[in-house]
Write a protein that binds this ligand. Structure first.
Ligand code: IMP
Length: 426
């Protein structure tokens, strides 16, 4: 398996951390290719210790694995150092972490802009994580961004910050009534951080391609999820990067022809944080039940996640836009104990039946789920380790998801631990 991609098939928080952690032990390299510290991956190790990772690839927890923050990521240098220190304090070896020279830096003014623009949007806000992700990507595309390699050249860093602040300070002060940022102060802060990780900066696309040539395997770890993709998601309620599988090639510098497998991480029900449409959302006691049973609270912001039933329209869409080869179905155990489990098989939009993701934002907002009721199961499935160990109704649920989405389920999560997983040959 030369290069495999792991992506979220829904709105993020599908349990990618666990999947990448398991797969990470089978590859030499784990690469983050987009997003930044808006992500939150929880990994529970066999000794019961859990780790919440935001920026650093989950592969860091597997000794000997080389980890890369790819060019498509936006890096907050302070967060990077804090996360490294926290891991090191717990005895994790972080020496294998490299950072692409071309990744963009999240600067203090990006975080400031993220917060003020959200406040300014009022009811129309996106519900961002407030970490400066959108403003950092805006600067990247506007060609006024600061890249990781810029910390190696103080003169160029100063020029870039000066140019950026000449405009941003006007906006911060005149539009949002905030304090202007001082160029020297920003440069000094970033340089002080940079000195501590300068030895990790590398031409990662060169190293990754050499690794592939040498027959090594690479896991490309996506953050967020398909429906948060800036192109394929529920725009404008999306993040500012491309979590979908195509983004893995762009955000790492690995050619798409090298990617042989795309694993979609699919939660057995659906969750979302932040604003935006969510057809199968449950605003009643059942939604609360899923939130409580599934521990559905954001790893990064601590916000309660919105919860709803499984949506096969989204699953099919994810298969299509990512070229998913197989699914890792997570949190099946959360559905134990229900008389019936509804699954959304299509939508009604203004009286029309639709089986695929609607074309317009308006139609997505008007989509009313059409449900099929599947019989539930009452057994505790957390000790199941083979597909045949599962109760018949749980197996039927998995089979129905495969039929409705068009991709096989190769692994099933039945609990948070690394070992609480069923794998299947598909
Ligand atoms: P941003 O990425 O902070 O700009 O936030 C944009 C949208 O993406 C908001 O709705 C966030 O709640 C959502 N989002 C960002 N990162 C994650 C994640 O890791 N999991 C789930 N939702 C996320």
């Amino acid at each position: 398996m030369p290069a495999i991609v792991v992506i979220g098939a829904q709105w993020g928080d599908e349990g990618k951390g666990k999947a990448t952690d398991i797969l990470g032990s089978q590859v030499q390299w784990v690469v983050r290719y987009q997003g930044g510290n808006n992500a939150g991956h929880t990994v529970v190790l066999p000794d019961g210790q859990d780790y919440a990772l935001h920026l650093i690839p989950s592969g860091i927890l597997t000794p000997g694995t080389k980890n890369v923050i790819g060019n498509g990521v936006v890096v907050d240098p302070g967060v990077l150092l804090d996360e490294l220190s926290a891991l090191e304090a717990r005895g994790v070896d972080t020496s294998g972490l490299l950072i692409s020279a071309d990744a963009h830096l999240i600067m203090p003014y990006h975080v400031a802009m993220d917060k003020v623009t959200e406040r300014f949007l009022g009811k129309a806000k996106i519900g961002t994580t407030g970490r400066g992700i959108g403003p950092a990507y805006q600067d990247k595309v506007a060609r006024v961004g600061v890249r990781v390699a810029d910390i190696l050249d103080e003169k160029i860093l100063h020029q870039k910050v000066e140019a950026a602040l000449a405009y941003k300070n006007q906006v911060l002060v005149k539009v949002y009534n905030r304090r202007a940022l001082d160029v020297d102060e920003v440069v000094d802060t970033v340089l002080a951080y940079g000195r501590k990780f300068a030895h990790r900066i590398a031409d990662t696309r060169l190293l990754l391609n050499k690794a592939l040539e040498a027959g090594e395997s690479i896991l490309l770890e996506g953050s967020q999820g398909t429906l948060l993709d800036v192109d394929h998601g529920t725009y404008p309620f999306v993040t500012s990067s491309n979590p979908t599988a195509g983004g893995a090639a762009v955000g790492s510098g690995i050619g798409p022809t090298k990617i042989t497998r795309v694993i979609g991480i699919l939660k057995a029900y659906t969750t979302r944080v932040g604003s935006g449409p969510f057809p199968t959302e449950l605003l009643d006691a059942m939604g609360e039940h899923l939130r409580k049973t599934g521990g559905e609270v954001g790893v990064t912001t601590g916000r309660p996640r919105r919860c709803g039933w499984f949506d096969a329209v989204i699953g099919r869409y994810a298969v299509r836009v990512n070229g998913i080869t197989d699914f890792f179905l997570t949190k099946l155990d959360v559905l134990s104990g229900l008389e019936t489990v509804p699954v959304c098989v299509g939508y009604e939009v203004d009286g029309r039946r639709i089986d695929d993701m609607p074309m317009t934002q308006t139609d997505v907002h008007h989509a009313v789920p059409v449900y099929e009721e599947l019989p539930g199961w009452f057994e505790d499935i957390s000790a199941c380790r083979t597909f045949d160990d599962l109760p018949a109704n749980a197996r039927a649920y998995v089979h129905r998801i495969e039929e409705l989405t068009g991709a096989p389920v190769s692994a099933i999560g039945v609990g948070p631990g690394r070992d609480e997983t069923i794998t299947r040959d598909v």
